[in-house]
Design a protein around this ligand. Structure first.
Ligand SMILES: NC(=O)CC[C@H](N)C(=O)O
Length: 190
C-alpha cells in the first residue's frame, strides 16, 4: 500500500509487546506501530493486530472501550492470532461473549484440550516456500470456513490459518517464532 503504513496492536490484554516488535521489524522503517485502546486510536490505523491472551477478557475490554462497533466498521486489515481468532469469528463454542463476526469461520476455544495444552508444529502454509514453525498455546481451531475464506494451513484436527480479504486469523502465535513471513504476507495484502 502507498505511504507509511500505520499498524495498530490492540493493547488491552495479552502479548502486546511481542506483536509490536514483530510488526516494527516486518515494516522495517516503512511504517509505524501504535497501541490501540480506543476507537480514535483504531481510526488512524491501516491495520490492527488482535493478540493472543484470554479471549473472554479481551472481548469484555473491547466492549467496555466501545471498540466492538469500531472493529465491525474498520476498513483496514485485522491480524487476529489465537484469542484474536476467537474474537473475530462468526461463531464460537462459548456463550459468554458474542464474537465480532468479521472473519467467516466457526471457532472452538481451547480446542486441543489439556493434554496438548501447548505444543509446536511445522506447518505447511499456502504461499510460503518452507514450513512455518508454529507455537500453539491453549489454541483455538476453526471447524468450518465460509466460501470467501482461504484456508492457509490445517492440522488433522482442524483449520489453523485463514485469510479473508485483508484479514488473517491464525490459531497460533507467529510473533513468538522469530519468523516474520506471516506478518509480511499480511502487510503485503493491505
Ligand atoms: N494463547 C491464547 O491466546 C489462548 C487463547 C485462550 N485459550 C482463549 O480462548 O482465550
Amino acid at each position: 500500500m502507498a505511504g507509511r503504513t500505520v499498524v495498530g496492536v490492540l493493547a488491552l490484554q495479552g502479548d502486546v509487546s511481542e506483536h509490536m516488535r514483530a510488526f516494527a521489524d516486518a515494516l522495517g522503517g516503512e511504517g509505524e506501530v501504535v497501541e490501540v485502546r480506543s476507537p480514535a486510536d483504531l481510526e488512524r490505523c491501516d491495520a490492527c493486530a488482535i493478540p493472543g491472551g484470554e479471549s473472554t477478557t479481551i472481548a469484555r475490554l473491547i466492549a467496555e472501550n466501545g471498540l466492538d462497533d469500531a472493529f465491525r466498521v474498520f476498513e483496514g486489515g485485522i491480524f487476529a492470532t489465537c484469542a484474536g481468532m476467537v474474537i473475530v469469528a462468526v461463531s464460537i463454542n462459548d456463550t459468554r461473549f458474542r464474537p465480532l463476526g468479521i472473519v467467516d469461520i466457526d471457532v472452538e476455544r481451547n480446542a486441543f484440550g489439556r493434554q496438548r495444552d501447548s505444543f509446536e508444529a511445522d506447518l505447511d502454509v499456502t504461499g510460503l516456500d518452507e514450513p512455518f514453525h508454529a507455537v500453539f498455546i491453549r489454541a483455538p481451531l476453526a471447524s468450518a470456513a465460509g466460501p470467501g475464506v482461504e484456508v492457509l494451513a490445517s492440522l488433522p484436527s482442524g483449520i489453523v490459518a485463514v485469510r479473508q480479504g485483508r484479514h488473517m486469523a491464525l490459531s497460533f502465535h507467529p510473533e513468538l517464532s522469530g519468523d516474520l513471513r506471516l506478518h509480511r504476507m499480511f502487510l503485503a495484502g493491505l
